[in-house]
Ligand binder design. Structure first.
Ligand code: ZN
Length: 393
C-alpha cells in the first residue's frame, strides 16, 4: 500500500456527528490509514508517491450499510443477481453489516446448522472482499438449542454479531434476552427486527419485545418493509439504549416521522442508516445515498449529520476502525459532488434537497476502487487521478 495525498478538497465531512465539518483541504494517507488532515501548507507530505487532485469535490468517509442480507460471495439468490456488493461500492459503500444470511438456499433450521452458517459466512467475507468492500458476515440467527458454550466457540471463530432477532426460530423474548447476555459476554453486538413480519416464519416485533431484549441495534424502525406504530418507536427511543436504524426498503413517511421524533428526543447520535437489501424489495446500489437524502430532506436534518448517520454512528456501534475522517483510522473514503444538472451547489446541499449525490471516487484502505461511479449521475467536478488515467495501478 503506497502513500497518497488528496488535495483541493472543497469540504471534509468528518462522520463525527458532534463535529461533522472539519477544517482543511488535504488528507495524507500512509499504509492504508489516514496520517494527517488539514490545510495543504500545514501537511508535510515528503516524498509521497501518489497525489489525487480532488478538484473541488467533497470528501466523506466511506459509507457503511448497517443492514444487508448477503449469503456467500457476491451473489444474492433472493433476486438472482450477481455482483450487487460491487455495485454498491459504486454507490459509495465501503463496508456492510450482515443482518443475517437468511436467503441462503436450504437455510439450516437447527442450532448446529445456524452456528455453522454464522462461522462460515463470517470467515468467507473475512477472506474475500467483493469489489474490495468490507462485509461483516456471520449475522447469527438464534435457535433455542444454542448454549453459552456455542457463543464462546462462535466468538473464537470470528463471529462478531447476531443478525436480526425475530428472523430465527426464537420467539420467547426472555430467552432472546438471555442469549443477548451471552452475546455481550463474548463481545458480540445484537440487532433486532422491529415491525411487521418480513418473510413467512418471521415475527411481528414491537416495543415490549425490544425493551425485554435490549439489543444494540433496533433494526429498520421504518419497517422491513412494514413499519411499527410510532408510539412503539417512541418507547424504543426512551426505554432502550439501542442504535436506531432507518432503511431504504421501508416506509418513507414513517422514516420522516421517526427521524423527526428522534431529533425531538435529541438522539440523532443513535440514528444509523441501512438498506435492508437484497430483499423482496430488490437490490438498490444507491440505497444508502438515497436514504441519507431522505433523512436530510424529509427529516430536516443538517446533511453533514446525515453523513455521520451512514458512517461514524454505525462505526461506533460496531467498534469499527473506520467511518470517520480522523488520523489513524482506515482510509475508506468517498469523493462526492453535486450531479450534473442538480440545483444544489455541492454534495451536502444535494442531500438537503433530496437529490442523489454523485460519487466521483471511492477508496478502500487508501486504494482507489472507483474512479467515477458507473451507478450515480455524473459529478460536476472530476478528480484527477493521474496514475489511473495513465492506465496504471
Ligand atoms: Zn428485518
Amino acid at each position: 500500500m503506497s502513500d497518497l495525498l488528496i488535495e483541493n478538497i472543497s469540504q471534509i465531512v468528518s462522520g463525527d456527528i458532534e463535529q461533522p465539518l472539519v477544517e482543511g483541504d488535504t488528507v495524507l494517507i500512509r499504509e492504508g490509514r489516514m496520517a494527517a488532515i488539514g490545510a495543504r501548507d500545514d501537511i508535510s507530505a515528503g516524498d509521497v508517491e501518489h497525489v489525487i487532485d480532488a478538484n473541488g469535490c467533497m470528501l466523506w468517509p466511506g459509507l457503511i450499510d448497517s443492514h444487508v442480507h448477503p449469503v456467500v460471495g457476491d451473489f444474492t439468490p433472493r433476486q438472482q443477481a450477481m455482483n450487487f456488493i460491487e455495485s454498491c461500492l459504486h454507490g459509495g459503500v465501503t463496508q456492510m453489516i450482515s443482518a443475517g444470511e437468511v436467503h441462503i438456499p436450504g437455510r439450516p433450521k437447527d442450532a448446529s446448522g445456524l452456528k455453522a452458517l454464522a462461522i462460515l459466512t463470517a470467515k468467507t467475507f473475512e477472506n474475500a472482499r467483493p469489489g474490495g468492500v468490507k462485509v461483516m458476515g456471520g449475522g447469527l440467527l438464534l435457535h433455542p438449542d444454542l448454549t453459552e458454550g456455542d457463543f464462546e466457540e462462535m466468538a473464537y471463530a470470528g463471529v462478531k454479531h447476531l443478525g436480526e432477532i425475530g428472523l430465527g426460530p426464537v420467539h420467547d423474548w426472555k430467552l432472546a434476552a438471555t442469549m443477548t447476555g451471552w452475546a455481550h459476554n463474548n463481545h458480540m453486538k445484537v440487532m433486532m427486527h422491529i415491525g411487521g413480519a418480513s418473510i413467512p416464519g418471521s415475527d411481528v416485533v414491537g416495543a415490549d419485545a425490544a425493551i425485554t431484549v435490549q439489543p444494540d441495534v433496533a433494526s429498520h424502525l421504518n419497517g422491513g418493509p412494514t413499519a411499527a406504530p410510532l408510539a412503539d418507536i417512541e418507547r424504543i427511543i426512551l426505554e432502550t439504549n439501542a442504535a436506531l436504524e432507518v432503511i431504504q426498503c421501508g416506509n418513507v413517511p414513517a422514516l420522516r416521522d421517526i427521524v423527526i421524533l428522534i431529533k425531538k428526543h435529541k438522539a440523532l447520535d443513535r440514528l444509523i442508516i441501512g438498506t435492508d437489501m437484497p430483499s423482496g424489495t430488490g437490490v438498490i446500489p444507491l440505497g444508502i445515498l438515497r436514504t441519507m437524502s431522505w433523512v436530510s430532506a424529509l427529516g430536516d436534518v443538517p446533511p453533514e449529520q446525515a453523513v455521520a448517520m451512514a458512517t461514524g454512528n454505525t462505526a461506533r456501534v460496531y467498534d469499527l476502525p473506520a467511518g470517520r475522517i480522523a488520523p489513524g483510522l482506515e482510509a475508506d473514503l468517498v469523493l462526492v459532488d453535486t450531479p450534473v444538472g442538480s440545483q444544489a451547489k455541492d454534495a451536502l446541499e444535494t442531500l438537503r434537497i433530496g437529490d442523489t449525490p454523485a460519487v466521483a471516487a471511492v477508496l478502500i484502505d487508501g486504494v482507489v476502487k472507483v474512479n467515477i461511479s458507473r451507478n450515480t449521475p455524473p459529478p460536476q467536478r472530476r478528480p484527477s487521478i493521474p496514475w489511473l488515467a495513465a492506465g496504471g495501478h
